[in-house]
Design a protein around this ligand. Structure first.
Ligand code: G1P
Length: 296
């Protein structure tokens, strides 16, 4: 059993990349096939052994709370219609004990994490960001938890990204490498193009010691005019060792439109009820598009 029991899932962002879909609906509720994206994140936390989850929400995010709540009317309706498999699915989601706190102003990821400080108290904890879905037999977060249990140090999940994408991420400057684990010299949030110290990007999974709150307390403004978690990690790294671990598994960026569509297709192709018809549809589409480009 890991020492890490609590996780924070920040979900207060405005979701501007998906407007107008996210004008009245939280981006975390956009469905990948038939499940909201946030459910994939909550599942990863639970499958990693997390016992308590706090979701940091904001204005217009009530649908998230309703989703993980019990719905008597819906359950009654499914029982009447004898849709027992779906009933089981719905009940599973409501069984998880999730806590909520509101971030009252959109002041950045660092600030969202800071909002959950009283829930975390004085113990190490996990953070999972909703824009990254990681799929692997051994969940991404549990790989970090295992490293924490061995090193007693903060561990940040990273993956290699192409050079032209480094400006979109927090990037590490690695000091020493032990297999897939790195000791880190420094962390930089969204470096300008061509200035990144490596192409190892932070991919939205963190194990942090509670001392991080000492630095988040300062509420220093960083990249994009926001309070950045990466900046606080950089400060933490000056007083404690912070490691980075290359996470194994496929990572999907569902915070971007193309990534969202790719993820939807990949997950749909794994489903018995959708695989065959979807493949034949994709074949037709491919043919139609090749003819179109030949006729140009
Ligand atoms: C956040 C973090 C960044 C990290 C990224 C991963 O940025 O600040 O360090 O690399 O998530 O998805 P955001 O994508 O919220 O701008």
């Amino acid at each position: 059993m890991s020492l890490i029991k609590k996780a924070i899932i920040p979900a207060a962002g405005l979701g501007t990349r998906f407007l107008p879909a996210t004008k009245a609906m939280p981006k975390e509720m956009l469905p990948i096939v038939d499940r909201p994206t946030i459910e994939y994140i909550v599942d990863e936390a639970i499958n990693s052994g997390i016992e308590d989850i706090i979701i940091v929400t904001g204005k217009g995010k009530r649908a998230i709370e309703d989703h993980f709540d019990k719905s008597f009317e819906l359950e009654e309706n499914l029982i009447k219609k004898e849709k027992f498999a779906m009933l089981e699915e719905i009940r599973k989601t409501a069984k998880i004990d999730i806590h909520y706190i509101r971030q009252k102003e959109p002041r950045g990821l660092g600030h969202a994490i800071w909002c959950a400080r009283k829930f975390i108290g004085d113990e190490p904890f996990a953070v999972l960001l909703g824009d990254d879905i990681i799929r692997n037999d051994k969940p991404g977060l549990s790989q970090l938890m295992q490293e924490y249990d061995q090193t007693n140090s903060s561990v940040i999940g990273v993956k290699k990204v192409p050079d032209e994408e480094t400006h979109r991420y927090g990037i590490i400057d690695p000091l020493e490498k032990f297999g897939k684990l790195y000791q880190v010299r420094s962390f930089v949030e969204k470096p300008e193009q061509g200035t990144a110290p490596s192409n190892l990007a932070i991919i939205g999974r963190y194990i942090l010691t509670p001392e991080i709150f000492n630095f988040l307390d300062a509420q220093k403004i960083g990249a994009g005019g926001e309070i950045q978690l990466t900046d606080a990690i950089q400060e933490l790294n000056r007083i404690q060792r912070v490691f980075a671990l290359e996470i194994e598994g496929n990572r999907y960026d569902v915070g971007e439109k193309l990534g969202f569509i790719e993820t939807t297709l990949e997950i749909a192709l794994e489903r018995d009820d959708l695989r065959e018809p979807l493949i034949s549809y994709l074949d037709q589409l491919h043919e139609k598009n090749s003819n179109r480009s030949e006729n140009r």
